[in-house]
Design a protein around this ligand. Structure first.
Ligand SMILES: [Zn+2]
Length: 225
């Protein structure tokens, strides 16, 4: 059965909740007309896995607060690993370098922006998208700087290095305050690499950001140490 990737359904839910009454005239998910009638390869077609569409369009409606350039810029700034590329206002940016470049497609995407997510299991990661325009930089309305860890036996270390002494161990998922973040040793867990580490002032040490339950490798709205 054809469906849209769960990450994009979460994004639509967040956008709908944030901008009630918004215009959806140019919204699209599964093979909308504008993309289908050209008969070309498109992320709007259910081509990944068991019929999963990995793209969505959202209508430009600044009167209701949804400015496509603003949200597109914030998506790029988030470096969310679920993003493949974003198109808005005649430009495209991909997850290769997150930089805007001219878009030469037939539709300049001025009435809507387009987002494609990656064609791998991350496309079904339904975590909230952490964008300021959606009302919160860390998962939608949570207290700033507060995050939840995942995993068991997570070491808190004196320095952002794997060889640094352990000051305490987080037995299981723990709500933590992140004071700042910095670059340290690369950590590879569950198929992800991340060299960002968070300083936890309440524990007096650092944990790898890979153990923070948030889709972004570098946490939004948290300063650098
Ligand atoms: Zn599109």
């Amino acid at each position: 059965m054809t469906r849209v990737a769960n990450s994009l359904e979460t994004l639509r839910d967040q956008i709908n909740a944030r901008f009630p009454g918004r215009n959806i005239a140019s919204d699209g998910g599964v093979g909308d007309e504008a993309h289908q009638k050209k008969g070309k390869a498109s992320d709007h077609n259910p081509w990944y896995g068991p019929g999963i569409v990995t793209a969505r369009d959202f209508t430009h409606d600044p009167a209701h607060g949804l400015n496509i350039q603003e949200i597109a810029d914030q998506l790029l700034a988030s470096r969310d690993p679920r993003i493949k590329y974003v198109i808005a206002n005649g430009r495209i940016a991909t997850n290769r370098d997150w930089q805007w470049a001219p878009y030469d497609g037939a539709n300049p995407h001025e009435a809507h922006f387009h987002i494609s997510v990656v064609a791998d299991p991350r496309c079904d990661d339904a975590h909230p998208w952490a964008l300021p325009i959606l009302g919160g930089g860390n998962g939608g309305g949570a207290e700033p700087g507060m995050f939840v860890t995942w995993g068991t036996g997570v070491n808190v270390r004196t320095e952002p290095r794997l060889g640094a002494p352990v000051v305490t161990v987080l037995a299981g998922p723990t709500r933590v305050r992140v004071g700042c973040q910095t670059r340290g040793d690369m950590v590879n867990t569950a198929g992800r690499n991340n060299d960002a580490w968070s300083h936890l002032p309440d524990f007096g040490g650092y944990i790898s950001n890979i153990f923070i339950d948030h889709p972004a490798a570098w946490l939004p709205d948290v300063g650098e140490c």
